[in-house]
Design a protein around this ligand. Structure first.
Ligand SMILES: *[C@@H]1O[C@H](CO)[C@@H](O)[C@H](O)[C@H]1NC(C)=O
Ligand SMILES: *[C@@H]1O[C@H](CO)[C@@H](O)[C@H](O)[C@H]1NC(C)=O
Ligand SMILES: *[C@@H]1O[C@H](CO)[C@@H](O)[C@H](O)[C@H]1NC(C)=O
Length: 394
């Protein structure tokens, strides 16, 4: 055995002893705490631990404030990374601390330096763990962003407004713009006529408000129809099962798998006021809108939870900004799977923002196959409604 090896063993033994000692000390306190700490205890450790225990994961309120999810899903998330070997506990930085720093950053759009001050680490260390956690979350993409179920959604089933007309609908597709920072030469294509540069993000959401597909990274000036086409042409891209479709707005066009409302017909709930529907097209648009609005809350929750998507200019490189959007969707689904999402606004309190000229945008193509299908649905709805109203009169 050479000296190097011997030293390695000595160091390992020493480390093990220290770890064991720490574990024993910790286990005494574990009843009040759920942190996992390895390695020697020093002053910084003590301060960090106190911060974590009193300010971060003390209770569900602090945890929601700081990390944007309750304690149970947070600790389970960390355990998942540990079980899968996606992250590793290090001497000074447990997986819980790594993930907490990440969630704090994306939840509040805070710079590494500030995170470093709070958590007692250098900005450089914070940045290193940020990249590791971002990568680890990305590894969960296929598992957490899954294709929608093919069954008729519970929300639609049995509801006279949507059943049976929308029984083959598997969710809605929408676009949202996320603030972007890019190099000078790219700014024009990311800005368009708007003041700020943005990234165009397209996502499919099911009726449980889970993301079922995400395509991030397009520049802000890209038309929605172009982004959709890219999604369809990609290997492992968006696939719509035979006979199923998504609700979309006019900007995506009408083609097999994608059902927009009628153009130049009232659409948004707040355009209706107290004027009743006049014909089958209006009735169709009203019901299309009322079904789709629920899904927009998925985007609302995403931006509400992750300030990094909604706030001032991001300070990461653009490819990282794109990965962050996808990671946020993955975390969103993790929280939804857990059952409760405090960032989702109840449907009756939700007022949709009119972000797209849904009913008047003229460029996107409308194919006869889908416009005929839409007309049939509208006629059927109208006929059922007339019959129902006649029965009420008798
Ligand atoms: C959680 O902890 C904070 C900070 O100590 C405290 O103000 C708050 O009342 C606690 N909330 C609950 C529900 O215990
Ligand atoms: C909708 O617009 C209002 C006011 O313009 C804003 O306060 C709110 O945050 C917006 N909601 C979403 C989900 O963008
Ligand atoms: C553009 O960015 C500035 C500063 O970051 C912000 O105050 C403003 O509201 C943004 N404009 C739009 C249209 O979002």
């Amino acid at each position: 055995m050479d000296n190097k090896k011997r030293m390695l063993i000595h160091t390992s033994v020493a480390y093990m002893l220290v770890s064991m000692f720490t574990l024993v000390v910790n286990s005494r306190k574990r009843k009040q705490r759920e942190s996992i700490t390895y390695g020697p205890i020093d002053e910084t450790d003590r301060m960090r631990r106190e911060y974590l225990e009193n300010k971060v994961w003390k209770n569900d309120t602090t945890c929601l404030n700081m990390l944007r999810m309750r304690k149970a899903p947070f600790f389970r998330f960390c355990q998942l990374f540990r079980d899968r070997n996606l992250l590793k506990d290090t001497i000074h930085t447990s997986i819980e601390l790594q993930v907490a720093m990440f969630l704090h950053t994306v939840g509040h759009n805070v710079r590494n330096r500030v995170i470093g001050l709070n958590y007692g680490r250098s900005g450089e260390v914070v940045s290193r763990y940020f990249k590791r956690v971002l990568h680890a979350i990305g590894e969960l993409r296929d598992e957490l962003i899954r294709k929608p179920s093919l069954e008729t959604p519970a929300k639609i089933e049995g509801n006279y407004r949507w059943d049976p007309y929308f029984k083959d609908c598997i969710g809605a597709i929408d676009g949202t713009h996320v603030r972007a920072s890019v190099t000078k030469d790219l700014e024009a294509s990311f800005r368009g006529r708007k003041t700020n540069t943005t990234q165009n993000v397209m996502a499919a959401v099911d009726f449980d408000l889970r993301f079922t597909y995400v395509l991030a990274g397009w520049e802000g000036t890209a038309h929605d129809a172009l982004v959709l086409r890219d999604a369809l042409e990609r290997e492992n891209g968006l696939r719509v099962p035979q006979g199923k479709y998504y609700l979309v707005d006019g900007g995506y066009g009408a083609k097999p798998g994608f059902l927009p409302p009628f153009r130049r017909v009232r659409y948004h709930l707040n355009e209706w006021g107290s004027n009743p529907v006049q014909d089958e097209k209006e009735l169709f648009n009203l019901r299309h809108s009322s079904l789709r609005v629920g899904v927009e809350r998925g985007f609302g929750s995403l931006k509400g939870r992750f300030k990094i998507l909604d706030d001032a200019t991001p300070f990461f490189r653009y490819p990282t900004q794109v990965d962050i959007v996808v990671a946020c969707c993955i975390i969103h689904n993790w929280v939804i799977n857990d059952g409760i999402d405090e960032f989702i606004i109840p449907e009756d309190e939700w007022t949709p923002n009119i972000t797209h000229a849904s009913t008047s945008s003229g460029q996107a193509q409308e194919l006869a196959y889908m416009t005929n299908f839409r007309q049939e649905l509208a006629d059927q709805m109208w006929e059922d409604r007339q019959n129902y109203m006649q029965q009420q009169d008798m």
